[in-house]
Design a protein around this ligand. Sequence first.
Ligand SMILES: Nc1ncnc2c1ncn2[C@@H]1O[C@H](COP(=O)(O)OP(=O)(O)OP(=O)(O)O)[C@@H](O)[C@H]1O
Length: 577
Amino acid sequence: MKSSNLSFILSHAGKQKYKMYASVVFSVLTALMNLVPFILIYKILETLLGGGGQTDGVGRLVAWTALAAVLHMIFLLLSLAFSHMAAFSILHEIRVKAMDHMGKLPLGFFRKHSTGHIKKAIDEDVEKLELFIAHQIPDLAEAVVTPLLVIIYLVSLHWPMALFLLIPLIFSFLSQMLMYQGRADMMREYTTLQGKLHSTIVEYIRGIAVFKAFNLTARSFHQYTETTKKYLEFWIKCTYDTMSYYTVGLLLIDSGLIFTIPAGGILFLRGSLSGAAYVMFLLLSSVFLQSFRKLLELGMNLSMLLAGANQIRGILEAEPQRDQQQGALSELSGNVAINNLSFAYENEDVLKQVNLQIPAGSSVALVGPSGSGKTTLGLLLGRFYDAPHGAITIDGIPIDDIPVKTLMDQTAFVFQDVFMLNDTIFNNIRLGMDKTREEVEAAAQKAQIHDFIMSLENGYETVLGEGTGIKLSGGEKQRISIARVFLKDAPLVVLDEITSYSDIDNEARIQQAMQKLLENRTAIIIAHRLYTIKNVDQIVVLDHGRIIEQGTHEVLMAKRKIYHSLWYKGEGGVRSA
Ligand SMILES: Nc1ncnc2c1ncn2[C@@H]1O[C@H](COP(=O)(O)OP(=O)(O)OP(=O)(O)O)[C@@H](O)[C@H]1O
């Protein structure tokens, strides 16, 4: 059974749990100290109104009252200090765990959940937890304990009058219960809409160049305006549905004195309630009922926070890729076998019964029309998606039996779209690998990008990314990406369209780099420009997910079939002559 969101938060609290408990304890003590001055005031009133003009001990009682006020401050500060320490540590813990866990999820997860949704969960929803742990847990403890203590005390003073105080409370609770009906669904809708709003904003920023090119403003980006409109409508409906109950609840709570003054007055006149007790009821009825007001507000916030926690759980509890930790081999020679592999993203197979042997150290090129499954095959080799068990083996081992860390260490990818960090070129090549400056430079030299980097004013320390003014061309990015592969020095590489963005100069350099990269490595090269892969050991032509031709350039040209026609159709073959 799925545990509650509250126990989910506690389960991630680890040792911080004790700080949370300490905060609750100090919060309860704060509530106690809240009450002490009232009890002492009662004692003072009893002494002063008791007749006989006795003032003995009043000074002592005043001193105790002052001490209670000081202790109240100290306990409150300690409660908040513990709750804040716990909150920020838990926040850190959950964010690190979420990022770590995301790294273990198959790419399919990111297809189902938009960047905006994920960003909102890790950023905003986690932040809401801080609010909950740092502020609401101590508030909640105090808001529960204070009225409990007050009512116990008032019952001890005059129980019928104390019970009378419960009347507005019962009505207030009834109105709240009506308000909370359907609230869970409302909160689910709220988080879904917020997620959508984030996604569309992210999408809008990402696609800003296209929107500008087509002269589209944010208003004409239909998805965005629709979502903000829905969000606005949601809040109008939400306010409309809940406001009347909320207001009635608050009114009843605030009207405590309307009940206490006449009822207490009658009892006082009849002589069944002392003057001091009457004053106490007048003072404490507000304290009692105001604590419930706090509870009301907490209830509103809590349902929002717990809905947010649900989103974080969606990430932290998503099924990670199976990772075989045992029998770890640390090195692979790169002998790849693909056996009867079929694969579908959704319902339709995009790869159909593919069989392919790639001996260690050899190179194979995947060619074919757009959408024929080339990139998919490359991604499956790195387990970015999981292929059926046993369909792909490296050195005879099914890839899902190879520890993910080994697989990632032993394979390197150059994707069509090169991802750049907002960081220095040095760090962009190193990508967190434990490599020296010399090693990075040597890799950049092999990737034919060293001279370009040195021509920049700050060389390897040049910061890339938004707002830095340095914009690399597609070909330069590709070469940086190739430098990463040289640096990683993995025996198995997958190169997806590495010349896709290049001009003639860039392309020639990338070709040189690629030739060097292929030495002593198993390489899978995905290419549209056929002259770039003419010299590989094997060319595989894919069409609609099936291998339709296979062989060396010479063999396939001699066959004068599909590859031959692709070559002459100009699928990049134009520059071959
Ligand atoms: N993440 C995805 N979710 C669903 N379908 C996908 C996904 N990625 C690719 N596809 C579909 O799978 C099929 C194969 O795509 P793939 O990218 O492997 O082809 P490709 O041969 O590499 O194409 P291109 O040469 O244009 O890069 C296509 O029909 C594509 O629409």
